[in-house]
Design a protein around this ligand. Structure first.
Ligand SMILES: Cc1cc2nc3c(=O)[nH]c(=O)nc-3n(C[C@H](O)[C@H](O)[C@H](O)COP(=O)(O)OP(=O)(O)OC[C@H]3O[C@@H](n4cnc5c(N)ncnc54)[C@H](O)[C@@H]3O)c2cc1C
Length: 482
């Protein structure tokens, strides 16, 4: 351990190599219910060359490396369950090259989406992938993040044109490029997007960007029940070409926002819609259609908002929902589901989730990207060990329903350590290909071990049952969960 720290300090300035308990604790947990674990050391590289040397060292010494962006992921992704090095990209946050006429930008992975958009705005451009947190571009690529605007623009994988990455032994590779499309052989860029730091460490991204729309309107509607929100969402998605966002919140989520943000939105199942484009007439046509569809099912349009600050106020209900739900439940310890189902299955899936919550007597709150058939049930955990058991059973029932109806266990959050068994089930026989891919890219299983592919599936004697790095798990040193 002393040797490791000394070797890292030869690679970078010593103030960028930290073994302090508070820094390690910040890198030990995410927003989920998963038990925190301390890394042995946290490093803050500034260049790809430094990352390459760190990985070469880790590879030679067989030390686990866990890439860390903003730590906002929700399935234990960044928890160093076998100790080792937490690789924090906060200082690799430069915009490298903006090409407005090509609609591309190249940036280091530590830049957050907010910073990127502040750089793009003056050029009349923006990057549309918007997970609720101000996540890093690297974390977003590694989880194939989506968010509310994925309805129109798609998730991260659609926007990463090329990337620079460092593979487990320290070799620097480049995939893709600046062209807007490519059919050049196996899609390594697409493979690394969504790989959660388990195959390689991404250091730079070339991203597709877009012109800001001239006209935007937001609509706030309440519906008689959650199933009606699902039904309307399906119709609007099919019928409105200008729809950018179609989001749902159940009444528990609205009540949590009202209590925490001191707002007074009606406590009903809620649909938030955004239409955008360059043509006012096209948007107005879609707006009229939306209002008809909402009225036909017994819903009420509460507000139609054209001005930017009014829209921001309205959307803040949705953007703040997850944190408000946690604050309202007085615990950040939540099990969160992330299923996505085909649009025609959304009503059934919402109905089933509601019934499941009632059966287990859990007061969960629901929010979701309804236009994508993706919704999250947030299940708060109390102080009893049985709370986790009940929440996990409830989560499992929701996942089983989604899988039985053509859906997926994860629409956007990824697998981390919390959804490995669901992924195994979802992939079936193809799961062995995932194991093969992991072995090929990361022979010694040092890259974010225990995530996406379980240690037992890799038959890794070092990691099974806590293994070689067990001394890194020092529970008594950890600060208590907030
Ligand atoms: C309130 C809230 C709302 C959210 N809403 C959404 C949402 O709407 N949509 C959505 O998709 N997600 C959402 N999320 C989840 C989260 O924001 C995303 O998963 C995001 O992409 C994580 O980015 P990050 O920078 O925090 O990554 P981290 O949490 O730091 O890391 C995530 C994963 O990526 C890996 N990683 C990080 N950087 C690199 C790198 N450079 N190279 C290789 N691997 C790397 C890590 O090892 C880890 O496995 C939400 C989270 C919160 C807390």
């Amino acid at each position: 351990m002393t040797n490791l720290v000394a070797a890292l300090k030869e690679i970078m300035d010593s103030d960028r190599v930290s073994t302090g308990t508070s820094i390690r604790a910040q890198h030990s947990r995410d927003y989920s219910y998963h038990r925190p674990c301390l890394p042995d050391v946290v490093v803050f590289p500034e260049t790809t060359e430094e990352v390459s040397r760190i990985l070469a060292l880790a590879s030679a010494e067989r030390i686990p490396v866990v890439p860390f962006g903003q730590g906002s992921s929700l399935e234990g992704h960044i928890i160093p369950i076998h100790g080792g090095i937490s690789l924090d990209f906060g200082r690799m946050n430069r915009l490298i090259d903006l090409q407005p006429h090509d609609l591309t930008v190249r940036a280091q992975v530590g830049m957050t989406r907010g910073e990127l958009n502040r750089n793009l705005g003056p050029h009349g451009l923006f990057f549309p992938v918007d997970p609720g947190a101000d996540a890093s571009l690297g974390g977003m690529a590694a989880t194939n993040a989506a968010g509310s605007e994925a309805l129109r623009y798609g998730a991260m994988r659609r926007h990463v044109l090329g990337l620079e990455a460092v593979v487990a032994n320290g070799t620097i590779i480049h995939t893709g490029g600046r062209a807007l499309k490519s059919s050049a052989g196996y899609d390594l860029t697409g493979l690394l997007v969504g790989s959660e730091g388990t195959l390689a460490v991404i250091t730079e991204l070339t991203l597709r960007i877009y012109g800001l729309p001239d006209q935007v309107v937001a609509v706030h509607a309440t519906l008689p029940n959650l199933a009606a929100v699902g039904e309307v969402a399906g119709e609007l998605t099919a019928l409105l070409p200008t729809a950018t966002r179609i989001e749902l919140m159940d009444s528990h989520a609205i009540e949590a926002v009202n209590r925490i943000e001191h707002t007074q939105y009606p406590s009903s199942p809620t649909l938030l819609l955004e239409l955008s484009g360059q043509q006012q007439a096209a948007i107005q046509g879609d707006l009229d259609t939306a209002q008809e569809i909402i009225a036909a099912i017994g819903g009420t349009v509460r507000a139609v908002v054209w001005d930017a600050s009014g829209r921001d106020r309205l959307w803040s209900i949705r953007h703040r929902a997850a944190l408000a739900i946690m604050a309202d439940a007085r615990t950040s310890r939540h099990v969160s589901t992330d299923v996505a189902v085909p649009l025609t299955e959304l009503v059934g899936a919402l109905d089933h989730a509601q019934t499941t919550l009632n059966q287990w007597g859990i007061r969960g709150a629901m929010v979701g990207h309804a236009g994508d058939g993706n919704f999250h049930v947030m299940l708060p955990l109390g102080d009893f060990p049985s709370d986790l058991e009940r929440a996990r059973r409830c989560q499992d029932a929701i996942v089983q329903y989604a899988l039985a109806h053509g859906g997926t266990c994860s629409g956007e959050h990824g697998i981390g350590m919390g959804k490995i068994s669901a992924l195994r089930q979802e992939r079936g026989a193809a799961y062995s290909l995932l194991i093969g891919i992991k072995r090929l890219w990361d022979t010694n299983n040092i890259l974010n071990p225990g995530k996406v592919v379980a240690a037992d599936a890799l038959n890794d004697p070092l990691l099974e049952g806590g293994g070689f790095f067990k001394e890194a798990l020092r529970e008594k040193d950890l600060p208590k969960n907030p």
